[in-house]
Ligand binder design. Sequence first.
Ligand code: LLP
Length: 428
Amino acid sequence: MAGAQSGTDRHFMFDGCDTVALAKKYGTPLYVMSETLIRERLREIRDTFLERHPWTFAVFASKAFQTLEMCRMVASEGLGLDVVSGGELYAAARAGFPCDRIFFHGNNKTIEELRLAVEYGVGRVVVDNLYELEALNAIALERGMRAKILFRVTPGVDSHTHRFISTGQLDSKFGIPLDPRVRGRYIGAALAMKGVELTGFHFHVGSQLLENDSHLKAIEVVTRLMRDVKADYGFETKDLNLGGGFGVRYTDADEPKPLAYFTDAMMAEVRRRCGEYGLPMPRAIIEPGRWIVGEAGITLYTIGSIKEIPGVRTYVGVDGGLPDNPRPALYGARYDAIVANRCDGPRSRVVTVAGKCCETGDILIRDIALCEPESGDILAVFTTGAYNHSMASNYNRIPRPAVVMVREGRDRLSVRRETWDDLIAREI
Ligand code: LLP
């Protein structure tokens, strides 16, 4: 597993830190993020995408893991940010993130959110519907400004992923259908507006994709759109945002390909199609989330109850679960884990790791081989860096875990653990 090595005392080491010591110091459940692994991914984007392909840009889809510190890290590596709500936008601005590098997404942005976007001067608002287009135009005009926008379009391609995280198919709440009768209304309207400036198009086909075919099919569809809108409206696409969705390794069953497997093929396809249609190359943008942070995070739990049901299964209870990681319950997501305090031991016992919620579906990992778990052991679950902290809830009034950032043997608190008082703080 990335960033892992076994310490001399059988403890699992993550980015040079003893995870058992981290559990003791900060308590459990605990999200641990490796700064080294995050920065490695950000630099891989720079080396294999931004530098290899001129006239490109990359943004981090912050819904995957947004903290102030993460925003600052992304800013320091020169990338942009994808936000999908006023809350994410506000936090990014509070982190000092340069707002002109922000792409603001969302299928139903509120008037308040659009006002904030104009006030902050976000780089691009990715417009998803006519209601938003008209509202944004009015808000910008009111302030004597012109907001740069992309249209999010629905390329109508199916991706091979869980249907809850597939977004590019025709029947989707996201994006503008490419039916000429529909798209004409949008493009005609936008080009006539003084408060918005259309600069291009965006699509996102889905998430946790291990093959590049859906991206390539979407490029085929969207470059045809570029050709048609140039013919019909004389509109030349300047920005083409190709979305994220690049998959990571959760268990040994996943075989993720390197980023360049996606981006080289995608750029070749954009070049080929633009050449064929006589279009100038647009600025190409990618916006990965999971690929940047997924494998950079682990979650540490303390094992409590161990319940053997003879002939059925053994339930190993941990002190977190669905509130800190809803993905197994939501998507049937699979995870791998080890007993962190005996990380070199034989994985000889098949058990089911259960969370502590009052919910039958709160099972973190069904049927996993572990090194004979005992109460008091620390369990390290891998690849929890994306869509765990950001999707955490307080179901059953369980406080959300702290986030600790580790780097080459040093650790620091990045987000403190919620307290029981935090849980009632908003109540009157
Ligand atoms: N751009 C847009 C417009 C998106 O909608 C998304 C993800 C991304 C980029 C980043 O996708 P990524 O590179 O992380 O795959 N909660 C689900 C994932 C939902 C993703 C939604 N959109 C999960 O836990 O699997």
